[in-house]
Design a protein around this ligand. Structure first.
Ligand code: HEC
Ligand code: HEC
Ligand code: HEC
Ligand code: HEC
Ligand code: HEC
Length: 230
């Protein structure tokens, strides 16, 4: 029997087994949300009470339709696979609650051509480059010396700091920056002028992992607890 005929005969059997398996999965799954919750880690700091739909839209169709569509895709009866469960969350979802007019580093700016190298290195144009969700943390960017990708030519007229920015930058002391400045500029705080008053890196690491803020708790803007339509 030629291989192709054999394949065609077996295909029915294979599809039968696959569909049976999928049906079992559907039957054993109480609802799709609990499946996903167990599959992911804890919500990030401050997000414990948010509804899934604030960040994810349900993908088109019921779970059964999505599985059928993907089965049809696998056997070549459909051109593209279908999204399962939930659609991805991006800047639009974050900004629906966190749009702040005072943000000194708004993501949209970083689409400008002059940030091409910074984009390649750290993707500052998307919130999730630094704030992945479902990690139980505050920020997830790996190293905090990333200021170097944009500030290597920062010079201050009448620099108030006892060791000037020029010197800090020339000696590549990129780990000092967050010791005096928060990133978004949303904390009501006084910026230190002496290197002795630097917030130690350990305290900043505790904060970004989800602990107490070394910049204090007073802010210019608090986020909305429900998204606005943008
Ligand atoms: C504050 C926004 C936010 C909320 C609320 C949220 N998520 Fe997410 N979720 C994200 C982001 C951002 C990602 C992208 C992946 C990442 O960050 O690792 C994601 C990824 C996922 C993924 C993986 C999709 C993939 O393959 O990348 C699943 C599944 C998921 N979320 C389910 C849920 C469920 C269920 C809830 C409600 C309990 C929920 N999410 C609430 C932001 C959110
Ligand atoms: C439905 C509104 C909503 C959405 C959507 C949302 N957030 Fe939040 N976010 C909040 C609230 C409310 C808090 C808690 C603020 C608090 O505890 O003071 C918070 C807290 C945070 C914090 C910690 C704030 C702190 O005080 O240290 C970060 C970081 C954050 N969100 C980033 C994001 C990112 C990134 C996204 C998109 C993936 C996002 N948020 C989507 C409402 C939202
Ligand atoms: C290049 C990295 C980076 C990007 C991109 C980024 N953040 Fe942050 N974010 C940080 C760091 C680092 C902190 C901690 C320092 C601080 O509090 O400013 C932080 C803190 C925060 C906080 C808590 C402090 C505050 O400002 O209230 C919120 C909320 C937040 N980010 C939201 C967002 C949202 C929303 C986006 C996208 C619009 C975003 N971030 C993009 C690095 C980033
Ligand atoms: C992707 C590029 C980029 C990165 C990364 C970046 N910055 Fe900036 N930063 C800018 C731009 C652009 C401005 C606005 C000033 C300008 O046009 O040069 C700015 C302004 C600032 C200001 C002055 C804000 C004001 O309103 O006076 C401070 C302070 C600052 N950044 C600190 C930092 C620190 C600390 C880091 C690292 C944690 C960092 N920046 C990372 C691009 C960046
Ligand atoms: C000892 C504290 C301290 C350290 C460390 C420090 N800064 Fe500053 N920085 C200041 C003060 C004070 C100002 C002036 C007042 C202000 O803008 O808040 C300033 C201003 C700035 C400005 C605004 C410049 C302008 O034109 O107005 C930028 C950008 C900046 N710093 C980036 C950085 C970067 C990048 C690093 C890390 C190499 C860094 N700073 C390290 C205290 C510090």
């Amino acid at each position: 029997m030629p291989a192709r005929t054999r394949l065609r005969q077996n295909l029915g059997l294979i599809i039968g087994i696959l569909m049976g398996g999928l049906a079992l999965v559907i039957l054993l799954t109480p609802d799709q949300e609990s499946l996903h919750v167990h599959a992911r880690g804890p919500m990030n700091i401050g997000h414990e009470d948010l509804l899934c739909e604030y960040c994810h839209q349900p993908a088109r169709g019921t779970l059964r339709q999505q599985i059928q569509a993907n089965a049809r895709y696998l056997i070549g009866l459909r051109d593209s696979p279908a999204d399962f469960g939930l659609s991805a969350a991006g800047n639009d979802q974050c900004l629906a609650c966190h749009d702040r007019p005072n943000n000194r580093h708004p993501v949209f700016r970083f689409n400008e051509p002059r940030f091409q190298e910074a984009r390649a290195a750290i993707h500052p144009e998307t919130c999730t480059s630094c704030h992945l969700e479902h990690r139980g943390e505050r920020t997830t960017i790996e190293s905090l010396d990333y200021c170097q990708h944009c500030h290597d030519d920062t010079v201050l007229k009448n620099d108030p700091v006892d060791i000037s920015h020029e010197e800090l930058i020339a000696t590549e002391r990129w780990n000092t920056c967050l010791g005096c400045h928060d990133f978004h500029g949303n904390h009501l705080m006084e910026v230190a002028e002496e290197l002795d008053d630097l917030i130690p890196m350990e305290e900043i690491l505790i904060y970004v992992r989800g602990g107490e803020s070394p910049y204090g708790n007073d802010k210019y803007h608090e986020p909305l607890t429900e998204p606005v339509n943008r």
